[in-house]
Ligand binder design. Structure first.
Ligand code: MC0
Length: 144
């Protein structure tokens, strides 16, 4: 039975030191292709979304994240833990309703309201201390 809240794994966010080198690795090793690239100043990253497959309500991707500076979420993560999985992004149908429900359930929100994310999506983060040590992102894909 599918979850009433989460519709798919939208993306796996991976922290890397060199975006171009990491893109090349995923292209040559797994045959993935870049669906979009963006510098997101508010999130302190330059990132690329590599398309994996279609999924209900959107698609699923690998997201590669290079920090714009050391004093950003991904910069701090690289210093503390090195390269690797940084967060999981789950698709939702209605991000504001999902945030409201999770807050009522006692989950600690990093973002009380959705923000601009990659590929035009609306995104919001849940604190890893509330989700078993996993930085968790909700994603309402553009046009959905
Ligand atoms: C930090 N911690 C993590 C973590 N980052 N745990 C799991 N996964 C992560 N990615 C843990 C640390 O190990 C530490 O635990 C505690 O959180 C505090 O860490 P800190 O280094 O002092 O960092 P803070 O507290 O300043 O910030 C952590 C926090 C931050 C998660 C609140 O990184 C944040 O707001 N992240 C959301 C935004 C983000 O990540 N943006 C980049 C992706 P201990 O046990 O040592 O206390 S932007 C993106 O992905 C967009 C473009 C998109 O998808 O469209």
């Amino acid at each position: 039975m599918s979850s009433p809240l989460l519709t798919r794994i939208d993306h796996v966010g991976i922290a890397c030191r060199n975006l171009d080198a990491s893109i090349e690795f995923y292209e040559t090793t797994f045959g993935l292709t870049v669906a979009g690239r963006e510098t997101n100043e508010a999130q302190g990253v330059k990132e690329a979304m590599l398309y994996v497959a279609d999924a209900p309500g959107g698609a699923s991707y690998v997201q590669l994240l290079e920090p714009l500076s050391p004093d950003t979420p991904v910069g701090k993560f690289l210093d503390n833990r090195g390269e690797g999985v940084h967060h999981i992004g789950y698709g939702v149908v209605d991000i504001e309703a999902a945030l409201s429900q999770l807050k009522d359930d006692g989950i600690r929100l990093i973002d009380e309201r959705s923000r601009h994310g990659s590929l035009g999506a609306a995104i919001a983060f849940l604190h890893p201390k509330s989700v078993g040590g996993v930085l968790t992102e909700l994603v309402q894909a553009a046009g959905h």
